[in-house]
Design a protein around this ligand. Structure first.
Ligand SMILES: [Zn+2]
Ligand SMILES: [Zn+2]
Length: 265
């Protein structure tokens, strides 16, 4: 079975990740305009109407800003948990009842041949969740927008070969940067965003437990750079003699274009 995991847009300005296993393709989040989603999907050889679902992590606008129009245009089913649906309520007026599917955190279900599971993530939204995917004996997961990596979630991600994991900010850059104090506290908090170092520490465990392809995701525009994210993560991994490029494949998500494609067979 051919897999393709592709962060089409990744960062604080908008997020959408394509996950395709065999003939089942889904999108995790739709945080850029429908027009941009259409263009990015077509570049990957996927017609938007081919998608089986859009899986929503949470209601923040960088994850849903294109969703209402995009899902209406292609009559796509949209999956989110009950609390996220409530939080999105006023913004999803184009969706019919049939398109609204409720999936609670820490459950699993099938979309076509793809077994999908949900992970509760600690974030300051109504009820954010990440998504895991199983098919043909392979596993992938998309986990962003989490203030820290809970031990239970880390354990659940063990054995996952392909990972899209948040690598949001450099703590020092954030502390010394221009953001107001309340926002700094929010981002650095337990329900904020995952720092480069926290991402590196999680990856160190996960690579030792089977992760082979990683996309660093949801990089902050103001409080991070792709270079800094990689340097921090690489430095942490070096403690276990893990060298990206030699031992694992690593991509860095981009705000405005696809970061590359993680494939499995
Ligand atoms: Zn968020
Ligand atoms: Zn976000």
């Amino acid at each position: 079975m051919q897999w393709k995991v592709c962060p089409l847009f990744s960062g604080s300005k908008g997020n959408a990740t394509l996950v395709q296993a065999g003939d089942t393709a889904v999108l995790v989040d739709a945080g850029v305009s429908a027009r941009r989603l259409e263009g990015a999907l077509k570049q990957q050889g996927v017609e938007p109407g081919q998608l089986r679902a859009v899986l929503v992590t949470h209601e923040h606008s960088d994850h849903i800003s294109g969703l209402n129009i995009f899902a209406e245009r292609y009559a796509l089913k949209v999956y989110a948990n009950e609390q996220t649906w409530k939080a999105m309520n006023g913004q999803m007026n184009r969706l019919t009842a049939v398109q609204r599917i409720v999936v609670e955190p820490d459950t699993d279900f099938f979309i076509g041949g793809l077994n999908v599971e949900t992970y509760a993530t600690p974030h300051d939204s109504a009820c954010s969740q990440g998504y895991g995917f199983y098919a043909g004996g392979r596993r992938a997961a998309v986990v962003t927008d989490l203030g820290h990596m809970p031990k239970g979630l880390l354990e659940r991600l063990c054995g996952c070969e392909t990972l899209v994991l948040e690598c949001n900010h450099d703590e020092e850059m954030l502390r010394e940067g221009p953001y107001p104090a309340y926002l700094k506290t929010r981002i650095l908090g337990r329900n904020g965003h995952l720092s480069n170092a926290a991402c590196g520490n999680a990856l160190r465990v996960l690579i030792n437990r089977g992760a082979r392809q990683i996309a660093l995701a949801h990089l902050s525009q103001e409080n991070n750079t792709p270079l800094l994210a990689r340097q921090t993560v690489d430095h942490i991994l070096a403690a276990d003699d893990i060298l990206p490029g030699r031992d694992i494949r690593m991509l860095t998500g981009r705000q405005d274009e696809a970061a590359g494609i993680l494939t499995m067979e």
